[in-house]
Ligand binder design. Structure first.
Ligand code: F6P
Length: 324
């Protein structure tokens, strides 16, 4: 293998640049030529490809976002779109790919690799931490630190005004961000899609707190839950407990930005390096990960389709620590 391509795809995640840097530097050290594909699969279809060298990725390690830009590409879900992407890769003589992204990225990579026989190795980068086969994904640590910083600030105002705040965090259909922030931020209640929680349980918890003279509350709501978003849940609680002074705060895309934490920089550097070594060593159709501090390979199918559970210990812990 002489020429490889690299791209970032799906929602951006802090640490994508650190991963890209490690891919480029490792590939160049191995004597490979590296080509960056801009805007993920969309750029592959459009032929938006350029050579990268270590100078192109210098001073990027600490930056949020992605130098290569990213996109979600409905066209890549079609055989015609993938055929166009394949034609461009052939034109450039690209023989293998490193895909940096989340479940949508690896869903596309799995089909593309099977269809056209190109080896693809993935590095998991998503703030959602929802990929099976890696204890943590690139961007998750930064996102929970960003969210926690906001939650601490909201607590100050909640406390001053004796208010109940419903804070919605991202996570797509997974509650990893919510659980970690719930524990780290000392939330009074945490709602995640993985466990069924009723409005009655939430109301009972708030009433228990009030019985213990608690005057302000932080309820963390993971997006994607069965009861609806934070506004819907807050409205239902407001109907049942009209005496409460309730506010809603959706943290939104701030969770995706910012400089990666030390943990994310290290994880991204390790995974970028390991992805190139795996590709050169003949691996394909796998997502790399770090489990128990060791590099692991997980087939794309498994990484995408096996649900990564929230550790039972964390669910129990949040219950114990949030109770009044
Ligand atoms: O997958 C990352 C993520 O931020 C999810 O947490 C969220 O549901 C989604 O992306 C938002 O996507 P978009 O930026 O396309 O609205």
């Amino acid at each position: 293998m002489k020429r490889i391509g690299v791209f970032t795809s799906g929602g951006d995640a802090p640490g994508m640049n650190a991963c890209l840097r490690a891919v480029v530097k490792t590939a160049c050290a191995d004597g490979l030529e590296v080509f960056g594909i801009r805007h993920g699969y969309r750029g592959m279809i459009a032929g938006d490809i350029r050579a990268l060298d270590p100078a192109a990725v210098s001073n990027m390690l600490q930056r949020g976002g992605t130098l290569l830009k990213t996109a979600r590409s409905p066209e890549f879900a079609t055989a015609e779109g993938r055929a166009r992407a394949w034609a461009h890769l052939q034109q450039w003589g690209i023989e293998g790919l490193v895909a940096i992204g989340g479940d949508g990225t690896f869903t596309g990579a799995e089909v593309f690799s099977r269809e056209h026989g190109i080896p693809i190795v993935g590095a998991p980068a998503t703030i959602d931490n929802d990929l099976y086969g890696s204890d943590f994904t690139i961007g998750f640590d930064t996102a929970i630190n960003t969210a926690l910083d906001a939650i601490d600030k909201v607590r100050d105002t909640a406390n001053s005004h004796d208010r109940v705040f419903f804070i919605e965090v991202m996570g797509h259909h997974a509650g990893h961000i919510a659980i970690h922030c719930g524990i780290g931020g000392g939330a009074e209640f945490v709602m995640v899609p993985e466990t069924a929680t009723s409005i009655e349980q939430l109301i009972a918890a708030l009433n228990r707190g009030r019985d213990h003279d608690k005057t302000s509350f932080i309820v963390i709501v993971a997006e994607g839950g069965a009861l609806g978003d934070a506004e819907v849940i807050a409205a239902r609680v407001g109907e049942e407990l009209p005496a409460l002074d309730i506010r809603v705060s959706k943290l939104g895309h701030v969770q995706r930005g910012g400089a990666p934490t030390a943990a994310d920089r290290l994880l991204a550097s390790r995974l970028g390096n390991a992805a190139v070594e795996a590709l050169v060593g003949g691996a394909s159709g796998v997502m790399l990960g770090v489990c128990n501090d060791r590099i692991t390979h997980t087939p794309f199918e498994q990484a995408i389709h096996t649900q990564k559970p929230i550790a039972a210990e964390l669910l129990k812990l949040v219950d114990v620590l949030s109770s009044s």
